[in-house]
Ligand binder design. Structure first.
Ligand code: SAH
Length: 445
């Protein structure tokens, strides 16, 4: 197969990244915006030894699951890869992909039906819009897939409407000079607390103070405007150096009755209603008892740990990001939770040297999952249960395999579709000790 070659293909499946999958002469071709059962004229735009990437030239036969996307830039922008697929079909493909992935880990593993996001559109509480100047005009929106080309947008169909309003205002009021000096505008808005935040990210803060004053006059819900100086050449969006242009460097979020102080550099789930479902499921699987000791790894601003502290005797949370760990400590104080402590440390290092007791371990690692050493050390603590929250099913499957080798088996996974219109799904997995590891634990005692 050669670059620029055109051929007619039938799509047979959908990948977990939302690409249509076609086969021709033993080669797999991934095609954006193509759905199973569809037939299209395809142009090959990239070839590798193991697969090719194609682009639709003409759709010859459409699937009856195809729908009209809400956003005019769907299919061009790299954000939502599934807006052209009906909502129910999005859920059933995600379900099918998870079932086939986890079947390889353990054929008896039960993948419960994916819980749909309560809001299919306008649900996100955070956006990072790249900014640039093209032909003397400001362009801002999202990147085209696999490129640094900015697709110019006016609003985004999965962002909170307030984020769209603030974004629109900034785009209209930035000067060309300011836009040239900026790389991204980061906007967070909490619907529950009505607090918003803007972080201008770039080389120079020229005239941003004045712009910020006008911005907060227009949007009184903004409690934080920050300039983050980033002169790096790589893809890292936020750097360490920043100055507050207005207010503070955090906003307040909420989760299941907790107040969460959230620094702009700290992680928070992007779908707040989906998050409440996800964390409630995690807590119910953890089945905490009043005398349980809980270890929570990758604790961020402490949300899950503080929820666990309502039911358990004591919780210790571990988080590597100093801003998030400081937020977590503050959050325990403002929510009057006394049976929790937070440690700012690498999770693997922490479990390796920790000698306390753990009845239940909760983990919520980033996309790359846990380390093999961390899994081995968690198993050596002999908790009764491990509840694993994951935003990446592939690394979750790998880690469930490693846990299984250490005597912890997963019988059920609850997926929650936090990323409606886009690929990806969050999962909560419950791991329990097998008889073998119970015996080892008893022998250790
Ligand atoms: N449980 C939190 C955060 C989950 S996101 C919440 O509910 O919001 C994953 C978190 O793991 C992030 O806060 C990230 O800073 C943290 N993290 C990443 N690598 C880590 C490591 N090696 N050790 C400890 N924490 C880590």
């Amino acid at each position: 197969m050669k670059k620029n070659q055109e051929l007619t293909l039938r799509c047979t499946d959908l990948s977990d990244l939302g690409y249509g999958i076609c086969h021709e002469n033993g080669m797999t071709i991934f095609v954006a915006n193509l759905l199973p059962e569809e037939i299209a004229r395809i142009k090959i735009i990239k070839t590798t030894k193991t697969y090719c990437i194609g682009r639709i030239v003409e759709l010859l036969q459409a699937s009856d699951q195809r729908v009209e996307p809400l956003c005019p830039k769907a299919g061009i922008c790299g954000g939502c890869t599934l807006q052209h697929l009906s909502r129910s079909a999005q859920l059933s493909y995600k379900q099918k992909q998870l079932e086939s992935l986890f079947h390889h880990v353990n054929p008896d593993l039960n993948v419960l039906p994916v819980i749909a996001s309560p809001a299919p559109y306008y649900y996100r509480n955070k956006a990072q819009f790249p900014i640039g100047v093209r032909d003397g005009k400001i362009v801002s929106g999202f990147y085209r897939p696999h490129s640094n080309d900015i697709v110019d947008i006016d609003q985004c169909a999965i962002q909170n409407p307030k984020i769209n309003e603030i974004f629109g205002w900034i785009k209209n009021h930035l000067s060309l000079k300011q836009a040239e000096n900026l790389r991204h505008v980061f906007i967070r808005f909490s619907e529950q607390s009505n607090q918003g935040q803007v972080v201008f990210i770039g080389r120079s803060d020229e005239d941003l103070k004045d712009l910020s004053t006008r911005l907060v006059k227009t949007f009184p819900d903004l409690v934080s405007v920050v300039f983050n100086r980033n002169e790096r050449d790589d893809n890292v969006i936020l750097s360490d150096e920043y100055e507050i242009l207005y207010g503070q460097d955090w906003i307040e979020e909420r989760c299941l009755g907790l107040k969460i102080r959230l620094h702009f550099k700290a992680f928070f789930q992007v779908n707040p209603k989906g998050m409440e479902i996800l964390y409630s499921k995690a807590l119910s699987l953890a089945d905490l008892k009043p005398d349980d000791q809980v270890v929570e790894l990758y604790s961020g601003t402490g949300t899950i740990g503080m929820l666990a502290a309502r039911d358990a005797q004591e919780v210790i949370g571990v988080e590597i990001n100093p801003e998030a760990a400081a937020n977590a400590q503050e959050n325990a104080r403002i929510n009057h939770i006394e049976n929790i402590q937070f440690v700012c440390q690498d999770a693997t290092k922490f479990v390796h040297s920790w000698h306390g007791n753990a009845d239940v371990v909760l983990v919520d690692p980033p996309r790359k999952g846990m380390s093999a050493q961390g899994i081995s050390d968690v198993a050596d603590l002999h908790p009764q249960r491990v509840v694993y929250i994951s935003c990446n099913p592939r690394t979750l499957a790998r880690d469930l395999g490693l846990f299984q080798n250490k005597g912890y088996i997963c019988h059920q996974i609850q997926p929650v579709d936090m990323f409606s219109q886009a690929s990806g799904v969050e999962c909560v997995a419950l791991l329990e000790q097998t008889d073998r590891s119970c015996q080892e634990a008893a022998a250790d005692d």
